[in-house]
Design a protein around this ligand. Structure first.
Ligand SMILES: [Zn+2]
Ligand SMILES: [Zn+2]
Length: 381
């Protein structure tokens, strides 16, 4: 790793400590195992917003730009996954928000209704003043949600990166949601969603192709190659290096116990390593400490928080981000990624009956699907 230890720890802090704004680390986190693009294109100034809605590497690359813990705490409708699907990357100018490398629109995300409202009203005042000056009437009622809309061109022309609302977006809220403050958090969240959800698309400039298109969630699907035994083995090798950082096996959790008889190529590995590998994790060493990393959702899990005496159980599923195809069956389509890998380790048909003590195969499958559903339900909570 080209990271020095202090750099690495900084990077780590921004990734693992909740409620801290992301530090503007100069070190790009290189997409790991899943990215097959040559290093030259991933490490430099590739425009991740270039319009390629079917490109998985681009999508994963955009997701990787979202470093602040903040994103994962937003409601699902406006979390980083939804922004990245529509071409956005996290802003790097110190403001919390997103920008588009293609049309250069940007949106600041102020997740506090009363503060946001103040800002918007202030922006409106300034805009009105400017308009008076120009004495032009270039305002128009826009279609709701702004898909494919064309706000007044004048507003687009000189859009700096200054305001919450940089474009003609101010005009799209017909029933003035800014009229009142929020009485409580629930109301605030409702209003914030009403405000930000349309911006996923209409935040782009009208000519930007991302204004009317988005990447399908299944583009993130793990390829058969990523789910293969060969790929598992390379994850296991990286994980072996951090075995010493793992919590005890009682405190390492995968929803299903590993099959008793494993493929011979895996028998040399510690069961915890296999569990983590099946769940899609790779291992990385930072300083002397072990870290789990996911090449798809870019979660980085510092294992030391789990090896403390009063540490929690390491849940290898719940540690992925909710959209991650390693755990999200809807994104992966069919089963979650880890379930596919797990299934490939199970003894084939005839012997699987023995392992399950009399349950017939259909039953086993049913149970598996049921458990998976329950698991996903609990993850959504
Ligand atoms: Zn755009
Ligand atoms: Zn993941």
């Amino acid at each position: 790793m080209p990271l020095s230890v202090p750099q690495a720890l900084d990077l780590l802090k921004s990734a693992v400590t909740p409620s801290k704004p992301s530090s503007p680390s100069p070190v790009p986190s290189t997409p790991r195992s899943t990215s097959k693009a040559p290093a030259a294109t991933t490490s430099t100034q590739r425009n991740l917003s270039a319009f390629a809605p079917f490109d998985r590497d681009q999508f994963v690359g955009r997701l990787a730009t979202f470093k602040a813990v903040f994103w994962g705490q937003l409601p699902e409708e406006v979390c980083e996954f939804e922004w990245a699907r529509r071409g956005w990357v996290e802003r790097r100018d110190g403001r919390r928000g997103i920008d588009c490398g293609l049309c250069h629109a940007c949106v600041e995300v102020v997740w506090d209704w009363n503060r946001l409202r103040e800002k918007v009203l202030e922006d409106r005042r300034m805009l009105a003043e400017k308009k008076d000056e120009e004495n032009s009437v270039a305002e128009g009622g826009e279609k709701e949600n702004g898909i494919g809309e064309g706000p007044a061109p004048g507003n687009h022309a000189e859009n700096g990166a200054e305001n919450v609302m940089e474009t003609g977006q101010l005009s799209q809220f017909d029933d003035d949601i800014f009229a009142t403050g929020a009485a409580d958090e629930d109301e605030g969240t409702t209003l914030l969603l009403k405000y930000y959800t349309p911006l996923l698309s209409s935040g782009h400039k009208s000519k930007c192709p991302w204004a009317s298109k988005s990447t399908d969630t299944t583009v993130l699907r793990l390829s058969p190659q990523l789910l293969s035994l060969l790929n598992l083995q390379s994850r296991l090798t990286s994980l072996s290096a951090i075995l010493g950082s793992f919590p005890s096996s009682e405190r390492t959790f995968l929803p299903k116990p590993l099959p008793v008889s494993l493929p011979s190529s895996l028998t040399e590995f510690d069961p915890r390593i296999i569990q983590a590998g099946v769940a899609g994790w790779s291992g990385q060493i930072l300083g002397k400490r072990g870290l789990l990393t996911c090449g798809t959702c870019h979660r980085r899990v510092g294992l030391w928080t789990y090896t403390k005496e009063d540490g929690d159980t390491l849940n290898l599923i719940a540690e992925h981000k909710r959209y991650c195809p390693w755990i999200n069956a809807a994104v992966q389509t069919g089963m979650a990624g880890w379930e596919y890998v797990f299934a490939s380790l199970e003894p084939k048909t005839s012997s699987s009956k023995r392992g399950r003590e009399g349950e017939d195969e259909g039953e086993v499958k049913q149970n598996r699907i049921k458990k998976l559903r329950e698991m996903l339900k609990s993850l959504k909570k």
